[in-house]
Write a protein that binds this ligand. Sequence first.
Ligand SMILES: CC[C@H](C(=O)O)C(=O)SCCNC(=O)CCNC(=O)[C@H](O)C(C)(C)COP(=O)(O)OP(=O)(O)OC[C@H]1O[C@@H](n2cnc3c(N)ncnc32)[C@H](O)[C@@H]1OP(=O)(O)O
Ligand SMILES: [Co+2]
Length: 135
Amino acid sequence: MTNLEHLGIAVQDLKAATALYTSLLGIAPYKQEHVASETVDTVFFRVGGSKIELLAGTAPESAITKYLEKKGEGIHHVAFEVNDIRAEMARLRAEGFVLLNEEPKRGADNKLVCFVHPKSAAGVLVELCQEIINA
Ligand SMILES: CC[C@H](C(=O)O)C(=O)SCCNC(=O)CCNC(=O)[C@H](O)C(C)(C)COP(=O)(O)OP(=O)(O)OC[C@H]1O[C@@H](n2cnc3c(N)ncnc32)[C@H](O)[C@@H]1OP(=O)(O)O
Ligand SMILES: [Co+2]
């Protein structure tokens, strides 16, 4: 794991939360992106070497929609950058962590991602992110 890639925050109203975090951070977001595979809309802010990812669900089956129904708005996950996501997944499996993905999948912000079950990580949903280098 090379650095804290982003902090994922689940929000009910993405437009309102984007205005709030623009005011809070004093900077504008650098991108908004829909991730169909996760049925989420995301907004990203750069904060130093890390990012804030605001997430809103776009369907009832969205993990974010379900999370909001149960827990309300707040920190949803922490994401770490890795150089080789498949090697990290193998290492974590060997160490007994429960992964939520058989294979990495395409996430937001040009990344390959996977998730570690919160039960394996002291109650924190952990995401691994590897930059997709376009050949
Ligand atoms: C990929 C695009 C983007 C990116 O950055 O690239 C994203 O980050 S997308 C983010 C949204 N997608 C995901 O979160 C995918 C992975 N998540 C899941 O597979 C589920 O949400 C899962 C398995 C974490 C929870 O599933 P579900 O809600 O159906 O199960 P439960 O509600 O029964 O939860 C089981 C257990 O886990 C606790 N829980 C659930 N969510 C979280 C969380 N975000 N952080 C910490 N703990 C969480 C929940 O409270 C249950 O615990 P219990 O003690 O039994 O109450
Ligand atoms: Co994320």
